[in-house]
Write a new protein. Structure first.
Lengths: 313, 426, 273
């Protein structure tokens, strides 16, 4: 993939002018990333090794104590478990839903661009706005909530969707809001992938007597979509582990009643309250790095699973 | 009697309108100027932050006070910043670096002092002034023997009830938990429920009230002391309250807002004193108040004694001017302090001399509220932090929502709080 | 491909209705009064549309909607233009300019993608504060100008760019900058539009950073204004939904106009390499 060996002559002038050009082109981005990403990461790391309460100076060095405190904190561990379970649900669900939509949209001859637009538009809505609609209008626990209105049409009593743990209906609220917001984007990626599959493959399979539908899906479509699938799974996995907005906006009201927030608390919500409410920036940073470690580990594991898949004929 | 105090209000309105039109332009120019905060003509500009108060008229009021100060002392301008949304996050990040406010409102926490974020204000508290403030007001603002904040408004909570509905059902205003649960059950019918304590079933509202009502304390001598059977019993009764089905869950706003009571979604509501004007406007004299009932005869009725205090940023470059403003605004000036406390939301002015003489506080619900907070008001000391609240709130969520037995949850929360306390103290 | 047309079509139709449901709810609630929204008698359409909810929204002095819209638009456009410029230059350099250290730089950039922005939030604020950026326009914009994600995608795009175009340019005597400006940029329209729209949307929807950096109400963005409805103690439901509608509508518009480019651009993030 590297084009290093392309038509660049080995004259020292060319090398030097290339070097100058490289650094000239990349310096705005590099300076900016250094200032606003690399330095903060380093700073955050140093904070994670310090006792930093109500301050962002890392003068009070405590080694790995913040990390140990968090890894022995049942609530933090529970938040890690919550996000792993959440990801285990939402990632396959997102995958199946977006693939399913892509397959269906790809199939219809008329209205394809209309459907594509309809499913994709929610990506333009912010998590804050969507959580607002979900909490106040769609899944409101009183009888004027839309879901409860539908229930009343079939003669059922209103359900308190957010705010009881038995049964935990709030999961439905959380999962549907994320699906609504992100399925369209992944559907577009799948559509692009589907359109690159040469139809000759399908025709040849049809000639061989393959039954369209499940068999074609399994033996042609899915293998052809392998790279796309990997991208979709990876992106939705990383996004799922960083879930924050919908949990914070749907379960916490930001006002006087935050009791629901511990019903389903992902690590970022827990760290947010630790770092920003309690102002324990050392522990907050340490938690962030633990979460990063988890994301990297899961990404690597996913990479290995996929590699095992390569061995399959 | 109540009518007379509202005539007083009408007078205030007219005077206020006059003040508003003449100072609006001045205030607007002074308060909303350039990015960097410098105001033309003033030698010093102090930045003052408030969180977004829900009540109408509050923002105009603070701008007016700022303008008034600048009229008196023309080379000090006050730039008021009105912060919506997550005031806590914004404030705490701003205090970390230079460029934060000079003066701000907040509740004092122990680490703020430890990290030298606030300025000691003992020199403002002469013995005379000190006598003006109640013990909880001073305790809330004292760490290590020094005072760091000036209480601006005292807030408290009240159990509001609809007199007509209770009378119709033949119920007395509840004074014990038993009475409350049975009253709530009897007053629930159809779309109207008996009691509203928040959309989370009371986890936030009753977190500290329930143990207090049982006679428990949280901190004593810098030790965690709430791990007692009484606390567990109190939380279990909260669970009973929810299980009774008489609680309103899922109101459009939460308990800090009186809409649920006003719209008739509930017969009783735990609310703040700040909501009283809206409640009175909608329901008139049909509303009465009691403190949160005692758990049983070994407990006591309770409410919280909270409020907002003004503090000065230790990184401010104009600490002396800031102190002078704080003293003028809150410690010397009676009229503005009273206006702030009573004319918009309803709060008790912390200074006893004002509270004693303020007309709106002489009768009816406001007078009862003052008595309730004086007799039953409780607070958590500044060393209590939000990590401890989280631990306790998790425990209560487990007890209430997941049905776990209370005693082990309370014990686990206490252990967690002890660890947090150790961290704080080192 | 077989035509299972009716079944797919019906299923898609039903799903389309479900997906459009939240927009319907915004529109419906924004045009009703508070009592109508909370009334137990459900109305599918507002009996008399309360257009004045929007007027009241813009007149509300505590929620400066117009200022929020202007600020959001300004910030989003500036971010979009500058980020595309910076990222495309960096992507080009990483893909096409041979230099020592290039691979290291690329590895560092990719590594930063793994770290959730939540970790760096407070230190980034500290850096910005030390640079004097608090309560300034550039302070709100600056961190958003540098996106490792965009740089990565531009690099991938330029890697697939046909080499003969560059060859021709070099034969014509163009240096690296000339090639970039005259040959690459004009032909990058698809990815510029795609990433540009995504950047615009991301910037428009960002909330926490503008809240923490911007202090005057004159610096509020539309999301900050919207959040005042979430945390205000007295909530007027109709106004809240009107605000949500106003906050979402410009994006939907931009989206409808530009989605073709996003669809084109999507081919580079998921397809074969």
């Amino acid at each position: 993939m590297s084009s290093l060996s392309s038509s660049v002559a080995r004259r020292p002038n060319a090398d030097r002018s290339a070097t100058i050009a490289f650094w000239a082109f990349i310096s705005p981005a590099l300076i900016g990333l250094t200032l606003f990403t690399l330095i903060p990461i380093g700073w955050g790391f140093l904070l994670s090794l310090s006792h930093a309460q109500n301050t962002i100076h890392f003068t009070h060095f405590v080694g790995l104590r913040n990390y140990i405190d968090l890894l022995t904190d049942e609530e933090f561990l529970r938040s890690l478990a919550t996000i792993v379970v959440f990801a285990a649900f939402i990632v396959p669900l997102t995958y199946a839903a977006s693939l399913g939509l892509a397959l269906m949209v790809n199939r219809v001859a008329t209205g394809r661009s209309f459907f594509r637009t309809v499913f994709f538009i929610p990506s333009a809505v912010s998590y804050v706005a969507a959580s607002l609609i979900w909490r106040v209008s769609l899944f409101n626990g009183l009888s004027f909530g839309f879901a409860n209105h539908l229930l009343s049409l079939i003669g059922l009593a209103p359900i308190v969707w957010i705010g009881t743990a038995n049964p935990p209906w709030y999961w439905l609220v959380l999962v549907t809001v994320r699906l609504w917001l992100q399925v369209g984007f992944f559907m577009i990626i799948f559509l692009a992938g589907l359109q690159e599959i040469p139809s000759s493959l399908y025709e040849a399979a049809a000639v061989d007597g393959a039954d369209p539908g499940w068999q074609m899906l399994r033996h042609i479509t899915l293998p052809q979509l392998r790279n796309t699938s990997i991208s979709v799974l990876l992106l939705s996995l990383i996004a799922a582990f960083q879930a924050f907005d919908e949990f914070y906006s749907v379960l916490g009201s930001g006002g006087s009643a935050n009791g629901n927030i511990s019903l389903a608390r992902p690590p970022l919500v827990y760290l947010y309250s630790l770092a920003l409410s309690n102002q324990d920036f050392g522990r907050g940073a340490a938690g962030g790095f633990i979460l990063t470690g988890l994301i990297v580990a899961i990404t690597l594991i996913q990479g290995r699973i996929v590699r095992f898949g390569e061995a399959d004929p | 009697m109540l009518r007379s105090h509202f005539n007083h209000h009408h007078l205030c309105v007219t005077r206020r309108q006059f003040l508003r039109t003449t100072t609006a332009v001045v205030g607007g120019v002074l308060a909303g100027c350039t990015d960097s905060g410098g105001v033309p003509g003033a030698r010093v500009t102090l930045t003052q932050w408030y969180h977004q108060y829900g009540e109408a008229g509050t923002q105009e009021a603070v701008l007016r006070y700022a303008a008034e100060y600048t009229r008196r002392y023309p080379d000090i301008a006050i730039k008021v910043v009105w912060v919506p949304g997550d005031y806590g996050t914004k404030l705490s990040t701003a205090l970390l670096t230079a460029g934060g406010p000079d003066i701000f409102e907040d509740a004092l926490t122990f680490p703020m002092v430890g990290a030298s974020q606030v300025v000691p204000l003992d020199d403002l508290f002469t013995p005379e002034i000190r006598r003006e403030f109640s013990a909880p007001d001073l305790a809330a603002n004292t760490v290590g023997g020094k005072i760091y904040g000036v209480r601006m408004i005292d807030d408290t909570g009240l159990l509001y009830y609809r007199k007509s509905l209770l009378q119709a059902a033949g119920i007395e205003p509840p004074t014990t938990m038993d009475a409350l649960i049975s009253a709530a059950k009897r007053l629930s019918s159809g779309d109207r429920k008996g009691l509203f304590v928040g959309n989370d079933g009371g986890i936030s509202a009753l977190l500290t009230l329930a143990p207090w009502s049982a006679g428990s304390e949280f901190l004593s001598d810098n030790r965690i002391v709430f791990d007692t059977p009484r606390t567990a019993a109190a939380y279990e009764r909260v669970r009973e309250l929810i299980a009774s089905g008489a609680l309103l869950i899922g109101a459009p706003t939460d308990w800090a807002d009186p809409s649920a009571l006003i719209q008739g979604l509930t017969a009783m509501q735990w609310g703040g004193l700040w909501s009283y004007p809206a409640i009175y406007k909608a329901l008139g004299d049909d509303v009465g108040v009691v403190p949160w009932p005692e758990l049983d005869d070994q407990g006591a009725p309770v409410t919280f004694a909270g409020g907002w205090s003004q503090m000065i940023n230790a990184q401010s470059r104009h600490i002396d001017e800031a102190k002078r403003f704080v003293r003028w605004m809150w410690l010397e000036n009676g009229a503005l302090a009273q206006d702030w406390a009573l004319s918009y939301g309803f709060h008790v002015p912390p200074r006893q001399s004002i509270a004693r003489n303020a007309a709106p506080l002489q009768s009816g619900v406001p007078a009862q509220a003052v008595r309730i907070v004086q007799q039953h008001g409780r607070l958590l000391p500044p060393i209590w932090n939000s990590a401890m609240t989280t631990a306790l709130s998790d425990a209560l969520t487990n007890i209430i929502q997941k049905g776990r037995p209370a005693a082990p949850e309370v014990a686990a929360a206490a252990r967690k709080c002890e660890r947090e306390l150790e961290r704080s103290l080192e | 491909m077989r035509k299972r047309l009716p079944l797919s079509f019906c299923a898609l139709g039903l799903l389309a209705v479900l997906f459009l449901l939240p927009f319907y709810l915004i529109a419906r609630n924004a045009l009703m009064s508070d009592e109508q929204i909370t009334s137990p008698h459900w109305a599918w359409l507002p009996p008399q549309p309360h257009w004045d909810n929007f007027i009241k929204l813009f007149q509300d002095p505590t929620a400066p909607m117009l200022t929020g819209l202007i600020n959001s638009a300004f910030i989003a456009i500036v971010t979009l233009v500058l980020q595309m410029l910076i990222s495309s230059m960096a992507g080009y350099a990483l893909a096409r300019i041979p230099a020592r250290g290039r691979d290291t730089v690329f590895a560092v950039i990719v590594a930063t993608l793994m770290i959730p922005s939540a970790v760096t939030f407070v230190p980034t604020f500290a850096v910005t504060a030390y640079l004097g950026g608090v309560n300034t326009r550039w302070g709100i914009v600056a961190p958003g100008l540098f996106s490792a994600f965009s740089i990565f995608l531009f690099r991938q795009f330029y890697l697939r760019f046909p080499e003969d175009v560059e060859e021709a340019g070099r034969l014509d005597g163009l240096g690296y900058f000339g090639i970039y400006r005259h040959l690459l940029l004009p032909n990058s329209l698809n990815i510029l539009m795609a990433l540009g729209v995504l950047t615009f949307i991301g910037s428009w929807n960002s909330f926490l950073w503008p809240l923490v950096i911007g202090q005057d109400p004159s610096a509020w963005t539309v999301q900050v204004v919207l959040s005042t409805f979430l945390t205000a103690q007295t909530v007027h439901l109709a106004q809240l939904f009107a605000a949500a509608g106003v906050a979402v509508a410009p994006l939907v518009l931009v989206f409808l106009l530009m989605q073709r480019y996003i669809v084109e651009g999507a081919k580079f993030s998921g397809g074969k390499e």
